[in-house]
Design a protein around this ligand. Structure first.
Ligand SMILES: Nc1ncnc2c1ncn2[C@@H]1O[C@H](COP(=O)(O)OP(=O)(O)OP(=O)(O)O)[C@@H](O)[C@H]1O
Length: 298
């Protein structure tokens, strides 16, 4: 198995509205994938289908070489899914939640769970409902990690976490990736955080896959170019201009390179992953506002 997640032309429609469509992905086994997109882009819908909680309207998917379904034997033991509204038993104590986890999961790693809760300063005697919102999120994440799943699906995990807890949790996540080879798909609006941990990126825009690829390769092919405005049109003929601005006789553009740039008047700059994500996210808005940019992008 090379890919943890394979989807082909996957789509989900609610009534007349497509929440996700034409979604074809090959997410490598062992990768940490950032899933980003504006509100309503389809991230949760995709995660729910990958977890087997939602039936696709069209297309096919295989997750860990299996068609995900709650009915598939042992399926829920193989994945850890932490939804935005993580379902915890509020009347249980943290300790009781651990006991439940242990009963339900043969691969349960109690040492990992205990140590993680200690590192995150979550008291095991407290009732779940009495933990803060951020602590409840952390508990849900620890429970998912302690199952020792093959795949972790984390929907907006950092929402209400303080920065120190987040840092600690990211460390634990990376330990699980290195030590137990877990594959991670996490959606987040915090682009700077994704930069620290992701080696694969998927950007959804208006229910469609806009970008999917290895971070290293995306950063190698996307550059900021600064050069003469007069040469801009010829640049745009060869390379895909994602975003451009013109001031006086100078142009600045973020481009997806198609081969090398032969004009020595253009200067190159690397862009960060956070910048790349922002550029793509703002593209939708820009395309609606500036029709000529839409032409260039196509
Ligand atoms: N149960 C549902 N019934 C009808 N429409 C839905 C349902 N769930 C989601 N949608 C619609 O599908 C689209 C995608 O929603 P989804 O929750 O997958 O987006 P998202 O990218 O996770 O958004 P956010 O970043 O705000 O969490 C939205 O337009 C949403 O309104």
């Amino acid at each position: 198995m090379t890919y943890a997640i394979e989807t082909d032309n996957l789509g989900k429609r609610y009534g007349k509205h497509w929440a996700l469509q034409n979604c074809t992905l090959h997410i490598p086994l062992g990768s940490v994938t950032g899933l980003v997109g504006l509100n309503g882009a389809g991230k949760t819908t995709l995660m729910q289908m990958l977890a087997g909680l939602l039936e696709p309207t069209v297309g096919t998917l295989r997750v860990l070489d299996t068609v995900p379904s709650l009915e598939a034997t042992g399926w829920l033991r193989r994945i850890g899914f932490v939804a935005q509204d993580h379902a915890l038993y509020k009347h249980f104590s943290v300790r009781e939640m651990l006991l439940l986890g242990r009963k339900l999961n043969p691969g349960w790693d109690n040492t990992l769970a205990q140590e993680a809760l200690e590192r995150l300063h979550i008291p095991t005697a407290r009732r779940v409902g009495k933990l803060s919102g951020g602590q409840q999120t952390l508990l849900a994440l620890v429970l998912a990690l302690a199952k020792r799943p093959e795949l972790l699906l984390l929907d907006e995990p950092f929402g209400n976490m303080d920065p120190l807890a987040q840092q600690e949790f990211m460390k634990m996540l990376m330990e699980a990736v290195v030590n137990h080879h877990v594959t991670v798909l996490l959606s987040s609006h915090r682009t700077q955080d994704l930069e620290q941990i992701c080696d694969y990126l998927v950007i959804l825009a208006s229910a469609n896959v806009q970008v999917a690829g290895e971070v290293e390769s995306l950063l190698n092919t996307h550059k900021r170019l600064i050069g003469p405005e007069a040469d801009f049109a010829s640049l745009a003929k060869t390379h895909k201009v994602i975003q451009a601005s013109h001031a006086g006789r100078q142009s600045q553009a973020v481009v997806k390179l198609n081969g090398s740039v032969n004009n020595p008047d253009w200067e190159f700059e690397d862009i960060s992953l956070a910048d790349l994500i922002l550029v793509y996210l703002s593209l939708q808005v820009a395309e609606q506002a500036i029709p000529e940019l839409q032409e260039v992008h196509k």
